[in-house]
Design a protein around this ligand. Structure first.
Ligand code: FAD
Length: 459
């Protein structure tokens, strides 16, 4: 039985804080990025170092507590927290060290995307990862990690060199291609199933000033833009990565007032090749499509592009996500996308198609746990709004939209774009890699201690 003496003893063993329900900081500490998820853990252990993580894992186990691991807290279904259990909160673990000679980056488990971008940019480097700076590097990496640099340099996991992991028995191991190779394979896409990653070592690439940003068209042009994008992408150089956005122009600066509230289709591009060739690289977007209602493409520091959407997406909004991997985009699917985005319940609700091609396809489906190497896009439909009263409407819209387009998509989805959707979806996502993951789970976490995640059951 968990009692106050045990809690006080645990608290005394931590260098970081232990937050309980009675503490004034509890309400703030338990909040997740997605305000649709309202979880009330018993204890939140803010880990200051690896020793704290080890102590927290041991305490969770010894007291049979449901235990969640929190990186950036950005997860859609709130898998960085739990009800009535222990949260191992990695947010104080912020160390980042760049080795410019080797082009590597060591980032601790509590770093956000923006913190890593900030540190690497000073050296003219970047690690391929996501497109919103507040996302945690922990959950993003372990789920796979895709963004503007994926076409050229692969997923975040394709740039992972090693990871320090606290296992379910409280021991610390380093996983890489030469140490605990099975664990290293599983970490690259298998999510938080295998342990707490306290630090990641990444390969970085020379990325500094990029040419990019969004170009918006009216929704009536979406079929033309989407069909063009579908045909253009396989021919586009890997230095150019455009993702497709369907949504509504937010009624706020810096968007011009005359287009506020307009349903729209956009391409958000990032060109990382030589700047003198940038205009030429994006020329097809500018010349082969109908006149846009807004063109904000231009040169900018990479971290500026990475934080472009931050002001629109602060913590505390309601989010309902549905994802799929997409291989083909037939005209019928395009029509359905247009029809459903036209009915979106809020200005922030969106559909994105992120390219999963180029360097991502260079890794075999069995090369890492992240198996869906033959998809062309990772799709996300997200119902988003600030008003909690809209939660049901966001869900209904998201589900209806997803049901309509899912028949054109693959069976699985990016684990980082899923709500809690059951074992079948998780199996469909990992495909032929599932059984190997279940066997590795049995080896490293036989009791399924780490189960607040897109869970892989021990074989
Ligand atoms: C606005 C927004 C934009 C996004 N954009 C992208 C994008 O461009 N590309 C992309 O790939 N994804 C993107 N995502 C999805 C994102 O990758 C997931 O939400 C991811 O789960 C966030 O990781 P986190 O550490 O912030 O989350 P948390 O909620 O803290 O954790 C998520 C899961 O990962 C586990 N976990 C986290 N850190 C660790 C760790 N160090 N060790 C072990 N387990 C851990 C948790 O236990 C939990 O199961 C975006 C999400 C949001 C909300």
């Amino acid at each position: 039985m968990l009692n106050e003496t045990k809690i006080q003893d645990f608290k005394a063993r931590l260098r970081g804080e232990l937050i309980q329900r009675s503490d004034p900081e509890y309400e703030q500490a338990r909040q997740l990025y997605n305000a649709m998820i309202d979880k009330r853990p018993l204890l939140i252990a803010r880990c200051a170092d690896v020793a704290d993580v080890i102590a927290a894992v041991r305490f969770g186990r010894e007291n049979d507590l449901l235990t969640a691991v929190r990186g950036g807290g950005h997860n859609g279904p709130g898998l960085g927290s739990c009800n009535d259990g222990l949260v191992i909160d990695l947010s104080p673990l912020k160390g980042i060290r760049i080795d410019p000679a080797k082009s590597t980056v060591r980032a601790e488990g509590g770093c956000t995307q923006g913190e890593v971008d900030h540190a690497t940019h000073a050296f003219g480097l970047a690690v391929p990862a996501g497109i919103v700076s507040t996302t945690g590097i922990g959950g993003l990496t372990l789920g796979g990690g895709h963004g503007y640099l994926a076409r050229r340099y692969g997923l975040t996991i394709d740039n992972l060199i090693e990871a320090d992991v606290v296992l379910a028995d409280g021991s610390l191991v380093t996983a890489s291609v030469s140490q605990h190779e099975d664990l290293f394979w599983a970490l690259r896409g298998g999510g938080g199933n295998f342990g707490v990653v306290t630090s990641f070592l990444f390969k970085a690439h020379p990325v500094s000033t990029i040419f990019g940003g969004p170009v918006f068209w009216e929704l009536k042009d979406a079929p033309t833009v989407m069909a063009w994008y579908r045909d253009f992408l396989p021919k586009a150089p890997v230095e150019l990565s455009p993702f497709l956005h369907l949504g509504t122009v937010p009624a706020t600066a810096p968007f011009p007032k005359e287009i506020w509230g307009k349903k729209n289709c956009a391409l958000v591009a990032c060109y990382t090749g030589p700047m003198e060739k940038a205009e030429e690289a994006v020329r097809p977007i500018r010349q082969e499509l109908p006149p846009p209602i807004l063109d904000w493409m231009g040169p900018m520091p990479f971290p500026a592009l990475q934080s472009l959407f931050d002001p629109l997406l602060p913590k505390g909004l309601q989010w309902y996500w549905k994802g799929d991997f997409v291989r083909e985009l037939p005209d019928q699917a395009i029509d359905l996308h247009r029809e459903h985005i036209a009915k979106s319940p809020s200005d922030l609700s969106l559909m994105h198609l992120y390219p999963i091609d180029g360097a991502v396809h260079e890794v075999e489906p069995g090369g890492t746990a992240w198996s869906c190497r033959d998809a062309t896009w990772s799709m996300v439909i997200a119902g988003i709004d600030s008003d909690p009263a809209k939660a049901e409407e966001l869900k209904t819209w998201g589900r209806g939209y997803w049901q309509a387009v899912h028949p054109y998509n693959l069976g699985g989805a990016y684990v980082n774009f899923m709500m809690e959707e059951g074992d079948e979806r998780i199996r469909a996502t990992y495909g032929d890699n599932y059984d190997r993951l279940a066997a590795i789970k049995k080896k490293y976490d036989p009791t399924n201690f780490f189960r607040v995640n897109q869970n892989i059951k021990p074989a």
